[in-house]
Design a protein around this ligand. Sequence first.
Ligand code: UGA
Length: 436
Amino acid sequence: MRISVIGCGYLGAVHAACMAELGHDVVGIDVDEHRVAELSAGRAPFFEPGLPDVLSRALATGRLRFTTDMAAAAEATVHFVAVGTPQTKGSFNADLTYVDAAVQGLLPYLGEGDLVVGKSTVPVGTAARLAGVVEGAGAGATLAWNPEFLREGFAVRDTVAPDRFVYGVPQGDAGERATAVLDEVYATALATGTPRIVTDYATAELVKVSANAFLATKISFINAMAEIAEATGADVTQLADAIGHDARIGRRFLNAGLGFGGGCLPKDIRAFRARADELGLADTLSFLGEVDAINLRRRERVVTLTRELVGDLEGATIGVLGLAFKPDSDDVRDSPALDVVKKLVEAGANVTAYDPEANETATRSLPSLVTAGSAADAVRGADAVLVLTEWREFRDLVPAEVKALVSRAVVVDGRNCLDADAWRAEGFVLRGLGRP
Ligand code: UGA
């Protein structure tokens, strides 16, 4: 199939490369010239395991190209809209400027029978509105909404072999045609039995935001248990293991620690609440306010713990390991780790931080940040070491080697990812979150 992908960020770049890998002819379109140049040269503009390989393989086949010229969409019959929907400054609402601009920009290049496929995460009701825009243009194109569930760090795998497909389509013949087109796009994964749910626009939009709201709630639930554990001397990790054995609960996404960040979960729960407010259902999703609050409190907790361990933060030397919002990513959008660093610096601490991939992105977002080129350099002379992102490199640290570098043997494990016994055996005072 001939496909255009509008927006080549975390979602679109991966989608474009993977669609070409699956055999489609793909043009990725983005307004950012630098990003287009990087992608055209086979370089991923962000860290995503496996993406550079898929990019270079797909570029070599000639089936993938990138451009800033929207007119290139005219060659395609299926158009994926994969632009960002960040949180609006000063409010909880999703900013739909980029989605609206992408759809408007596409209109002149749509032909009879074309399918515009929304992948961006949007407030419920957006697809119905945009369907009016697409149909109103009179080119004979249809809109479908096909939310994306990929996780950063696993984006290639999640795109090529997702858990499920969700198609939000209009009723009647247009919906059947849209379904058939999407089935052809995703034929490879469907052939392996990947579940596919065909539904209306509103359900498709809600599947996406409710999935993220559920995941965020699960994380905040266990972090609330961590708060209780801290007050009672219980161990939240053992608690998670024990309740996780109940298949109805499940152990995944029950890791207590510094909580969730990134470009999706935080802004999606806020936008979902904002949308519920607009629908006159503020009470229905008010619990997401608690989910958000519990999550943000964990960041304060790490700062408090550090203060408890080192005494005054003013003038303390802190070695921070991890800046990305999660391992295997260089993404620092709403990163809990970076937030903790900011709070420590505000309290007067001298922070040196190291992340295997996110030093650069973090410095872009916090220019005053002091980074080190290695974990060893970050912890040298530290009064406390804080592990804030659970990269394998940090989980594998050898306590004796760290002890030889630090000024005081103090560790705060913000992700409950270290072998506490091994660190304590080496003489470290180690504190986790929700652990005795
Ligand atoms: C999330 C969803 O997991 C994807 O399904 C969704 O497609 C994506 O958002 C999106 O909307 O685009 P992602 O943001 O890549 O994916 O990250 P997650 O793996 O969900 O992790 C989010 C945050 O939760 C991270 O900061 C992570 O450290 C934290 N987390 C995760 C915990 O604190 N505890 C856990 O048990 C799991």
